[in-house]
Every structure is written in C-alpha cells, then in structure tokens.
Design a protein around this ligand. Structure first.
Ligand SMILES: Nc1ncnc2c1ncn2[C@@H]1O[C@H](COP(=O)(O)OP(=O)(O)OP(=O)(O)O)[C@@H](O)[C@H]1O
Length: 508
C-alpha cells in the first residue's frame, strides 16, 4: 500500500501528552497518523515512549492531553474495550492467551456463544487463516504451541474482532527466523486486504522491509515521520539515537592466550531430549557464542549449566571443581546467568533500581539476612545507569516505572556487576535498542578483557559473530559444528543451525 497520502486517514493523534503520576513525562506532544491499509513503523530507543503511545491509542492508559481522531471523528477511549469496538486491536509482547484452551477457542474468546456454533467458527477461522496465509491446527491447545504460533494466535484473535488497525508491539522479539517470516507475510497480506498495521520493533531491517512510513520517537517527541522508501538504515539509526552510532564491526578481537586458565568445563550434559550430550570448555578471556534456532536447546543449555534444570545429567566444573546441581552452588562458584527476561520476572517492580541491581542472591534476601550497604550499592547502580544508558531519573527510581528495555538493562546490570567469573547470557540484545546493544557488546568485551569468560546464546547470528571469538552451533540439543568467528558467516551458521547447509550451498 502506498503512503498515507493516498489512503484515507484512519487514525490521527495530535499533541498527545502523557505525564505519569510519578511526574515522568513519557510523551510531550506526539502526532501520529495511520492511513487505511497502511503499515506504519513506530521506532525509538528504550524509554522513548512507544509503549505509552500505544497504550494511549488502545485505551489502556489515559492521555494527559491531546486529541485522537478515528475516521475523522473525535474519540475519548476510556477503556480498551472502547478502542476495540472502534476497530483497534493491540497485540502486546506478553500474549494473554488462555493456555488450556484450543486455538479456535482463543481466537473467538470474546465472541458470545462461541462454544456452540463450532462448524461456523471453523469456517470463519479457515477464512482468517487464508487471509493471512497461515496454517495451524484449530484444535491444538495453546500450551502445546511454540512462541511463534502463539504470536499468530494473538494476531488472529485481533483480526477476528474485525480490527481495522492492528497494533503489534515487538511481534518478532522472541521469534526464530522462520517464525518471523510468518509474521511478515501476515502483515503484508493484511495491509493488502485493507487492514492498517502499526508495527513497533527494534529490528530496523523489518522496518525497512515491511513499512510504508516510519514515525521515530525520541524522549517523548516525534523526531521524524518519513516515507520508508526515502530512508536508509543509517538515517534511521541517526534519528533514533540522535547521533552517529559507531558500528559494531566484526572486528578482530584479541584471542586469549592458549594457556589461559580453563574456567568452565561442561561434559556430556544431557536433559530429556532437549540436551543430548553437550561438552564445551571456556578459558579466561574467551567469548563463545551458541548459535541455535528456537527449540535447539540453547536456553536449556545455559539453564542446565547454571544448575537450574533438575533433570540435567553430566558434569559441570568451575576452575576444576565439580559443581553440585543448584543455582545457589553456581552463583557461589562465580557463575552468572542473565536470562532472556522479557517480563520483568527477574526483577522486583516495587523496589528501586539500586536494590534490584544488588539482589543476585535471592535466597539470602528471602531469609532476611543482611541487606546490601545501600550507599555503595547506589553508587554501583549509578555506574550501571551511566554505562548502559538506562533511562531513569536515578538509582532510586522504581523498576516498575521503567520501560521494558530499560528494565531489561537492569537485569543485565544486576549480573554484570556481580563479580562473577563466567557469564551465561541468553539473548542479551532482546528488547534492547540499537544504541544500547552496542554498549552491551562493549561491556561483554570488557568483561572478557578483565579475565572473565562469556557464553552467549543469540538468535541473531550476525550479532553473535560480532561479539564472540568462536561459535558452537547447536541443533536438536547437540553441538553440530564449531567455527572461529572470523572464518564463518551468518549465512553458514543459519545453514548449520537449520540442518539445511547443503541446500543453502547448492542455492548459493
Ligand atoms: N507506569 C509508569 N510509571 C511511571 N513512568 C513510566 C511508567 N511506564 C513508563 N514510564 C516511563 O515513561 C517513559 C517511556 O516509557 P515507554 O515504556 O513508553 O518506552 P518505550 O519506548 O516503550 O521503551 P522500550 O523500548 O524500552 O519498551 C520512560 O521514561 C519510562 O520510565
């Protein structure tokens, strides 16, 4: 669909301001317009105001000031149901599906009488699936589905309500490549059939591929509103971060000396059919990547090394000493696991940043033993806020009042400053904006330079190559290949991780 100039205006937000009760000004006079059938990208650094804007637009949060027009008529949506009734469907990152119900039950959940007329609903679902070019078993329960399939069920739920504008909040953040394609295809088809899409993401390649127009927010203001075809990735990055960003090149990182002490040894780690005998070794100063698609066992491997998988069998040694299988023993031995935390689960929302960043030993806290020395901890939190550019008034800000990406940075800080010797990082860039990703890469290198070892799993293989010395490819719970980062490519890793290396070589 061409830009909004040619399609009738569906949504127009003007001068939208939002001041939270804490006094934080999240939006200061934002204009946003979306034409019928248009795909508009909404981008900005962590804390720029994207989530707040879509919450205002979907009636979840009241604006302090400003106007919303929908098809030319002024609106005051007080609750999400009002926006929904008008035709706005919002799919948030944390998908509130009913896990024990089936796909079809979830898709038509809001519909009265959905239990009775199942034949009719099956027909309707088949039409919806055809419309977005997707296939799924209508009778599978949601708990059996992959994250990508759940995402698609949430999208189906939105369009089943007759949405004219579908708002997607980081729809591909936790998805593997193949699953992303499915979402892209749905967006393209929806747009063709006249449904507009507001697409929020930190992946700029998706913005350039998918959208007709892009609105860029910085510090609660619109700093750019352009037709996508007129944009380059560099220009987009400049408007998002407000400066030139040094590219994280696949630079030659100094290899640690071959006789650097062995820090971590993993032998024949197994767990059900998720891990089928993984062995690896990390020396001080080494950064090793785990390249694996969703379901390859990459997160399971990190959790099993950390002692968080009670079913795991095999040996994990830290500096020559075998670890008993518990996260407590792992932490005591100097291991840290930075989970892919998209839901603030690893944080206490009602506590300040400094307190959250200090709690790496939960059992200690829960037994009510000595709390950290608050002044020292505050200073450390100030360091983290500076190093990771956490957008917050200071160390005393409550974590519950941070944006998703900034909360994620606090999870990161909490472990990075814990004094551990071996770091296990699960998707460290997930939900984090492009500027902060570069800061995290720098921090990881700094840890390695200071003699720590880092094992990092990432579904973005180019990012993995940019940060690691070598990469282990994991497929179906097994290490199927190992490559020095300088001697492989994103393309080769995708081939190896998917088991399609021969086909891909052939195609090339
Ligand atoms: N409930 C809240 N109370 C107080 N301040 C909040 C609240 N929610 C968000 N904020 C603040 O509003 C600003 C904008 O946050 P918002 O979540 O809209 O950003 P975002 O662009 O979605 O970021 P991210 O990419 O990290 O998800 C931030 O400074 C954030 O700390």
């Amino acid at each position: 669909m061409p830009s909004g100039e040619h399609s009738p205006l569906l949504l127009s937000m003007r001068g939208v301001r939002k001041v939270y009760p804490s006094g934080t000004v999240a939006l200061s006079g934002v204009d946003l317009r979306v034409g019928a059938g248009e795909v508009v990208g909404l981008v900005g650094a962590n804390g720029a105001g994207k989530s707040t804007l879509i919450k205002v637009l979907s009636g979840a949060v009241p604006a302090t000031d400003g106007a919303i027009e929908w098809e030319g008529a002024s609106q005051a949506w007080a609750v999400p149901a009002d926006a929904q009734a008008a035709g706005v469907a919002t799919v948030y990152q944390h998908i509130p599906l009913a896990h024990t119900l089936t796909v079809i039950e979830n898709v038509f959940l809001g519909r009265t009488g959905w239990r009775r007329s199942s034949v009719k609903l099956e027909r309707e679902l088949a039409q919806l699936l055809e419309r977005i070019g997707y296939a799924i078993d209508p009778h599978a329960t949601v708990e059996e589905l992959s994250i990508g399939q759940r995402q698609m069920v949430a999208i189906l739920q939105g369009i089943a309500q007759g949405a004219r504008l579908l708002v997607l909040d980081e729809p591909t953040a936790s998805l593997a490549r193949g699953e992303r394609e499915v979402v892209f295809e749905a967006v393209r088809r929806l747009s063709k059939s006249g449904t507009a899409v507001l697409y929020v993401t930190h992946f700029l390649d998706e913005i350039l591929d998918l959208t007709d127009r892009v609105t860029v927010l910085r510090d609660g203001r619109v700093v750019a509103d352009d037709v996508t075809d007129d944009l380059t990735e560099d220009a987009l990055v400049r408007s998002i971060v407000g400066r030139e960003l040094l590219r994280v090149e696949q630079q030659e990182i100094d290899l640690p000396p071959a006789d650097a002490p062995l820090l971590l040894e993993v032998e024949d780690l197994r767990s059900g059919d998720r891990l089928q005998g993984v062995s690896l070794r990390l020396r001080a100063g080494e950064i090793v990547g785990i390249a694996g698609l969703l379901g390859s066992g990459r997160s399971e491997l990190l959790h099993a090394i950390f002692g968080a998988d009670p079913d795991a069998r095999g040996t994990v040694r830290m500096e020559g000493r075998e670890l008993s299988r518990s996260p407590r023993a792992a932490v005591a031995a100097g291991l840290a696991l930075v989970p892919e935390d998209r839901g603030k689960q690893a944080l206490f929302p009602d506590f300040e940043i400094w307190r959250n960043a200090s709690i790496t030993d939960l059992p200690t806290l829960s037994r009510g033993r000595a709390l950290p020395d608050s002044e020292r901890e505050r200073e450390r939190a100030r360091d983290a806020i500076r190093a990771l550019k956490i957008k917050a008034p200071g160390p005393d800000a409550l974590v519950g009042e941070l944006s998703g990406g900034n909360a994620q940075k606090v999870v990161f800080a909490k472990w990075m400053y814990s004094g551990a010797r071996v770091f296990l990082l699960d998707e460290p860039g997930s939900g984090i904006d492009i500027g902060a990703k570069a800061d995290i890469v720098e921090l990881v290198r700094e840890l390695a330079r200071s003699g720590a070892a880092v094992l990092v799993a990432d579904s973005e293989f180019s990012e993995l190559l940019a940060v690691s010395h070598r990469v282990l490819v994991l497929r179906r719970g097994r290490v199927v290949a190992e490559r020095a980062s300088g001697a492989t490519s994103d393309h080769e890793l995708v081939g190896l991780a998917s088991g399609l290396e021969k086909e891909m070589q052939h195609a090339a």
